[in-house]
Design a protein around this ligand. Structure first.
Ligand SMILES: [Zn+2]
Length: 601
């Protein structure tokens, strides 16, 4: 559902954009702005800029917008969700459908309290590991070869073999049962009365948000047993499909190494760290998702998948590589011997052997071809056809033509089919993909989903300089707006976002409020308006004078008249052909006035 503009405005005003962005990007002040490394593309010198109004723009990849846009892009969520999330953080009651607000009642829990409970639980688990209770867990970790430094670095803990350990500790610290339940730390008994600890007798791995705060926990059984890992349930702080274990700890290393290593289990990840590999993340007991890929793409577009060597691990590696390839990643896959996972492999082969395996990784597509060969009988026509159609899905999106042709040739060779047949099939897949995309696009027109698509980024560059300069003139000098509109009626402007923002400026004047970012954006529903606005605000251009503003308006108007003239000429031809003399006369008159006007402009 869409929230009322007044609510969106309230959320915007009570949010501190620098704090929110600062949790993800290390911002350094520069003049009246802040700069940092862009979280949406990988870079070494900062081109990501935030101003005091909380508008942000990246001069590297042209991403930009207001704080809502930032949260949407960062967390891969829609506008409504972003507004809700920021409202919750600021403690603003969120309106429910039908106008009620989620203020009282059982379900309302202060997010800050939940976060505090998680922090307290994190401390408790760590204390337990290093205290008397934790000796067995410490031995277990030592047996795996994990030294104190990595145990401390990842903040590992221990949940004692008791039903109410963390619960009693946190209740004594002033939290209530309901808060602990919402935090996912305890579970309600089946009788409905009372709760008990979710994690018992397990090594505990805190799962952190981008700011390093614990948002959930993953517990591993000590020794053998099932389930090996037990994770917090989804909560207001934790969405499994969007969270990768170790990402907080790995961020810097991913940046400096230029790629991410994906492993399956938490222990694999810790083992890697023990051997000096820091750029490692692991999905949390769930399959790797599109959301995971999107999240990772903010840091790098290069991934190495290293899953367990057994059948299940290889099947998971295939799915994961497929998702990564589909999201434009350059992928490599390390194939471990069937009896190994990265953890056991490291312990037997050491860092040297591990690096050797890494260097022998195969490209994602080679791996997919290999897998397809294992699955289907490539000696039969049906097997070939199946393998071909599954593999083309990854070859077709490759934009580099040389690389694509190379893969098509390789596919033909592996499958023993004529290259021409593979090319034809690829062309088919491509045509189908285009048709589907067109359908999706026309469907998404009115829906909010389009907001979250990246189309607005591409559109950002299409706005003509004259139109964006005209808008800039009005933003810098709201008092010029009426005069500029007399020169160029704003409906002559082609870019819908520019029009929408100019309309919003007029509404601000009518409402008697200043034409500032907050007032404008709350009056604009146009997609991408905030991105355009932030670019204009953050580009360091010299202020516009009246003459250049006037020239922009004149140019746009002239352009629109000429466009209309071309249309009229075409209509005149049509009228002549169909013998519609009345229409022909009218159009001719219009053409003459139009030509005069163009002359005077
Ligand atoms: Zn960027």
């Amino acid at each position: 559902m869409a929230y009322p503009p007044s609510f969106v405005d309230e959320v915007r005003r009570s949010t501190d954009p620098l704090q929110i962005i600062g949790e993800v990007v290390e911002l350094k002040p520069r003049g009246s702005r802040w700069v940092g490394l862009c979280p949406f593309h990988s870079e070494k010198t900062p081109s990501f800029t935030v101003n005091e109004e909380g508008l942000w723009h990246c001069f590297g990849c042209t991403a930009g917008g207001d704080i809502f846009r930032f949260v949407m892009d960062q967390e891969a969520i829609g506008f409504t969700e972003a507004v809700r999330s920021l409202a919750e953080r600021s403690g603003i009651p969120v309106p429910l459908e039908g106008g009620r607000s989620q203020q009282s009642g059982q379900s309302a829990v202060d997010r800050n309290r939940v976060m505090a409970a998680l922090v307290a639980a994190d401390g408790f688990y760590r204390e337990q590991l290093h205290g008397a209770e934790g000796s067995r867990a410490r031995e277990f970790l030592a047996e795996r070869g994990f030294e104190d430094n990595v145990v401390l670095h990842f903040g590992l803990g221990f949940a004692p073999d008791e039903w109410e350990a963390v619960q009693q500790h946190l209740l004594a610290a002033g939290f209530n049962e309901h808060e602990l339940e919402v935090a996912g730390l305890v579970k309600r008994r089946e009788t409905g009365k009372g709760t008990y600890d979710r994690l018992r007798d397990r090594v505990v791995f805190p799962i952190r948000d981008p700011r390093g705060r614990p948002v959930a926990f993953s517990g591993r059984i000590i020794g053998e047993g099932e389930p090996k890992y037990l994770n917090s349930p989804e909560t207001i702080t934790f969405t499994k499909s969007q969270t990768l274990y170790g990402l907080f700890e790995a961020r810097e290393s991913i940046n400096s190494k230029g790629f991410v290593l994906l492993v399956e289990g938490n222990f694999d990840l810790i083992a890697c760290a023990q051997y000096g590999l820091q750029n490692v993340v692991a999905p949390l007991g769930t399959a790797f998702t599109e959301d995971h890929a999107r999240k990772l793409s903010h840091f790098t577009r290069k991934a190495v998948v290293e899953f367990d060597g057994d059948q299940a691990g290889q099947a998971a590696a295939e799915r994961t590589a497929g998702i990564l390839l589909g999201n434009g990643f350059q992928v490599n896959v390390v194939r471990l011997p069937p009896e190994h996972d990265p953890d056991s492999f490291l312990r037997t082969e050491g860092a040297e052997g591990f690096r050797a395996a890494l260097s022998q990784s195969v490209t994602g597509l080679d791996f997919m071809i290999h897998r397809a060969g294992e699955r289907a009988d490539l000696d039969t026509p049906r097997g070939k056809a199946e393998a071909l159609s599954s593999l083309l899905a990854f070859v077709v999106p490759i934009s580099n033509r040389v690389e694509r042709a190379e893969w098509i040739a390789r596919l033909a060779e592996r499958l023993q089919i004529e290259a021409r047949l593979v090319e034809d099939a690829a062309a088919d897949v491509q045509a189908k993909g285009r048709r589907r995309q067109n359908r999706v696009r026309s469907k998404a027109k009115s829906s909010e989903q389009q907001e979250s698509a990246s189309s607005w980024k591409a559109q950002l560059d299409k706005v003509t300089l004259a139109e964006s300069e005209l808008l800039r003139a009005v933003l810098e000098h709201p008092e010029w707006r009426e005069q500029l509109e007399e020169i160029c009626p704003f409906d002559a402007i082609r870019d819908a976002r520019v029009r929408a923002l100019l309309d919003a400026a007029a509404t601000c004047d009518a409402d008697g409020v200043p034409v500032d970012t907050g007032n404008l954006l709350v009056r604009v529903a146009q997609e991408g308006a905030s991105a355009l606005m932030s670019r204009l605000r953050l580009e360091e251009k010299s202020p516009l004078d009246w003459d250049s503003a006037r020239n922009c308006a004149l140019g746009i108007y002239d352009d629109s008249l000429r466009r209309r003239l071309r249309e009229i000429n075409k209509d005149i031809r049509d009228a002549l052909e169909s013998g519609n003399h009345e229409l022909f006369g009218q159009l001719n008159k219009e053409k003459i006035t139009l030509a005069k006007r163009i002359g005077s402009v």
